[in-house]
Write a protein that binds this ligand. Structure first.
Ligand SMILES: [Zn+2]
Length: 390
């Protein structure tokens, strides 16, 4: 099917909101243009703001499911897709290397069919003191042998993002070897000092995994990972913009710092969603740990039944975009870029996150309140079920 979608306000490849049109053929964008669209019987004028479909580089679940199996993963993908996330990485929480390799292989059919973009290993090479909702008993160090076990395994071709605490024994060498192998390395769940973080960035790390969360705070005598991550041009900064993980003033501060050091396009919105995203409050698990979700906030359940660490979010990227614009005062151009082209670049995906010829025809239309209205996935509008869009 050949169709032209036009909008008076669309996120252009230059990162601005302006009149723009895309011609779609099959599941790809064939042709694009600024300004008024060509006359055509296949022209569809979009009423809202047109954006590429959202790219979520860090999510553990949604729709009540996790990435524990191919079937469950399909539920996660469908739940997020309805709210505009047309590209996802499956984030796996810490486990033994054998378990992670098996979980990764189990998702191979979805990666090979293109339903899932790739796999993200959030661990197991994380700092115990900054483990957040990761199971302490399965954390390990990135020894040369452990890194080899990943890189020499066929599953490594499915993994394109790994989060590492670089201060662990073997950490810097691991960052270097993973980066050289084409895997994007994120610094996260870390107690790294400022200087170790700079070493890791020099060794090839490309981002901060959920900046501010599960790392040392920005302290004047001990700046930790946050300062060098903010200051280094070219380094991407993941933010969980749900109103729980990061204060809106800190969200603005991160964006301003990025803008002063390389550009606002360094910010990457991630959901870090667990199973309750696009689902209801209740009791869930994350990597084998019990999680209780109340009023959309996910927390570990402590042994005495109390509330523990924050355990992921219940966000969708659509909600993160809306929160950034409405609550944190970020411009729509910057928020949409942070949900589309920036995550795609962070994890090396070049067919998504942009309205350019050759890219997949994944589109989102947002209304004046910055809520997602319509979603196109691979050239097809997803059936409009307005109850899903909030
Ligand atoms: Zn995390």
């Amino acid at each position: 099917m050949n169709q032209i979608i036009s909008a008076t306000s669309a996120l252009t490849p230059e990162g601005r909101l302006a009149p723009y049109w895309v011609r779609i053929s099959g599941e790809r964008i064939l042709e694009v243009g600024h300004g008024a669209p060509p006359r055509s019987p296949d022209l569809h004028i979009s009423q809202g703001v047109l954006s590429p479909g959202f790219v979520d580089a860090h999510a553990h679940g949604g729709g009540g499911a996790t990435f524990a199996s191919e079937e469950e993963a399909q539920t996660v993908l469908t739940a997020h897709r309805r709210s505009g996330t047309t590209t996802m990485l499956a984030s796996l929480v810490s486990a033994s290397l054998d378990t992670l390799l098996a979980q990764t292989e189990a998702l191979r059919p979805l990666v090979e069919s293109g339903e899932l973009a790739a796999i993200h290993w959030e661990g197991p090479w994380l700092d115990t003191a900054h483990r957040g909702a990761h199971d302490e008993t399965v954390l390990s160090t990135p020894s040369p042998a452990a890194v080899t076990a990943l890189l020499d395994h066929p599953a490594s071709e499915l993994v394109n993002y790994v989060t590492v605490a670089p201060e662990l024994p073997g950490g810097i060498e691991a960052v270097e070897r993973l980066s050289t192998s084409g895997i994007s390395v994120g610094i996260g769940h870390t107690g790294a000092s400022c200087s170790t973080t700079r070493e890791a960035l020099a060794a090839g790390a490309v981002c901060g995994t959920h900046l501010f969360n599960a790392m040392k705070g920005l302290h004047h005598r001990e700046p930790g990972a946050v300062l060098p991550l903010l200051q280094t041009p070219g380094v991407f900064l993941e933010l969980i913009c749900d109103g729980v993980h990061v204060h809106p003033d800190m969200i603005r501060f991160a964006w301003e710092s990025a803008a002063q050091n390389g550009g606002p396009q360094r910010i990457v919105l991630v959901s870090d969603a667990m199973a309750a995203a696009a689902a209801t409050d209740g009791d869930y698990t994350l990597g084998g740990l019990d999680v209780r979700v109340r009023q959309g906030v996910a927390r570990l359940v402590t042994p005495d039944g109390g509330e523990g660490a924050i355990a992921g979010s219940t966000l969708t990227l659509a909600e993160a975009v809306r929160y950034s614009i409405v609550e944190a005062g970020i411009t729509a151009e910057h928020a949409l870029t942070a949900a589309t082209s920036s995550p795609a670049r962070m994890v090396g995906l070049d067919e998504v996150g942009k309205l350019l010829p050759g890219a997949f025809a994944d589109l989102v239309v947002l209304d004046e309140q910055w809520s997602v209205g319509q979603v196109m996935y691979r050239g097809e509008w997803i059936q409009d079920d307005s109850s899903c869009f909030h």
